[in-house]
Design a binder for this molecule. Structure first.
Ligand code: IPM
Ligand code: MG
Length: 356
């Protein structure tokens, strides 16, 4: 098969981790007889420096007209004080919105080889951690109206959190379908004891649950969910939640595994177009030092193969190659353990590629 992929290397460690991922994809193409054509588009701070905007209209068009988008990371302290309208993160939100990427899947898995990296006690993680957060990605407070104005002699700021039924229903369906393919347990996270948007969320999820009798469905308030994730993470299979709760809970969940550097994500539309990126940021403090962990990005590419290209053997091959690298004792600095072999970003990429 031939596929056209837009590559958004971005800022900080973005270019390095993407470079390693492309090495692995090259091996996948050789082994399975595919051709992947890559188009680079600048995004984030590097684009602000070059063009004054975090992504150009032309770049955005390229993203809309490809088979999938692979992203490294955006942002860094250099652009912290730029006009909020051109912040690096703005481009990320614009791509999500313009490509209709409403469903963000964030699998959180404890790799048994590096379980000791988890900050949780052994007795808590021995049941394993293998959950997926299904985060709504193009609605809610991220995309509501914003304003800052004066009222009674002081500044006031407002961010609106708005959800329409159809937005809740379509993310709900993705979550129920995801649960059906897994352990058939779904927890919907909201704040229905306070927020109207959450009460609507809950009623739509409840309605959907009657269409999926095989899924063991429950509601949980977001504050309790934050606690339960630490107290007993094994109880979760699939979690569905709105944009900002999902942002926060997915960082929390990733930390349970001790290795945010390992966690991939997929942002899906109603078609096959998707964007794939690690959930960690651009780590400007270690950029260019060849010590970043490329595995989160490599595993994101595996999700791309599976979700956008329907290439399941290929996706499995990538995931198995990552497992094999860990089994052989190779570790980047963030997941280093006693008696293991410490490798840099580029060496880790080589090892995974060899294992394909
Ligand atoms: C994420 C990030 C983004 C978000 C930022 C960079 C805008 O934290 O993908 O989780 O908040 O969605
Ligand atoms: Mg986040």
């Amino acid at each position: 098969m031939e596929k056209n992929i837009v590559v958004l290397r971005g800022d900080g460690i973005g270019p390095e981790i993407i470079g390693e991922t492309l090495k692995v994809l090259k091996k996948v193409c050789e082994k399975f007889g595919h051709t992947f054509n890559y188009t680079d588009v600048d995004i984030g701070g590097c684009s602000i420096d070059k063009y004054g905007v975090p992504i150009t209209d032309e770049g955005m068009e390229k993203c809309k007209n490809c088979d999938s988008v692979l992203l490294g990371a955006v942002g860094g302290p250099k652009w912290d004080n730029v006009d909020p309208l051109v912040r690096p993160e703005k481009a990320l939100l614009a791509v999500r919105s313009e490509l209709g990427l409403f469903a963000n899947l964030r699998p959180t898995k404890l790799f048994s080889q590096i379980a000791s990296a988890s900050p949780l006690k052994n007795e808590i993680i021995q049941g394993g951690i293998d959950l997926v957060i299904v985060r709504e990605l193009t609605g809610g407070i991220y995309f509501g109206k914003r304003s800052t104005f004066s009222e009674n002699g002081e500044k006031v700021a407002v961010d609106e959190m708005k959800y329409a039924e159809h937005e809740i229903e379509r993310i709900g369906r993705v979550a129920f379908e995801t649960a059906l393919k897994r352990k058939k347990r779904l927890a919907s996270v909201d704040k229905a004891n306070v927020l109207d948007s959450s009460r609507l969320w809950r009623s739509v999820m409840h309605r959907l649950s009657s269409e999926y009798p095989d899924v063991d469905f429950s509601n949980i308030l977001v504050d309790n969910a934050a606690m339960q994730l630490i107290k007993n993470p094994s109880q979760f299979d699939v979690i569905v939640t709105e944009n900002m709760f999902g942002d926060i809970l997915s960082d929390e969940a990733s930390m349970l595994t001790g290795s945010i550097g390992m966690m991939p994500s997929a942002s899906l539309s109603s078609g096959t177009l998707g964007m794939y990126e690690p959930i960690h940021g651009s780590a400007p403090d270690i950029a260019g030092m060849d010590i970043a962990n490329p595995l989160g990005t490599i595993l994101s590419a595996a999700m791309m193969l599976r979700y956008s290209f329907d290439m399941h053997s290929e996706a499995n091959a990538v995931e198995e190659a990552v497992n094999a690298a860990l089994n052989s004792g190779y570790r980047t600095a963030d997941i280093m353990q006693p008696d293991m072999t410490k490798v840099g970003c580029s060496k880790m990429g080589d090892i995974v590629a060899e294992n394909i």
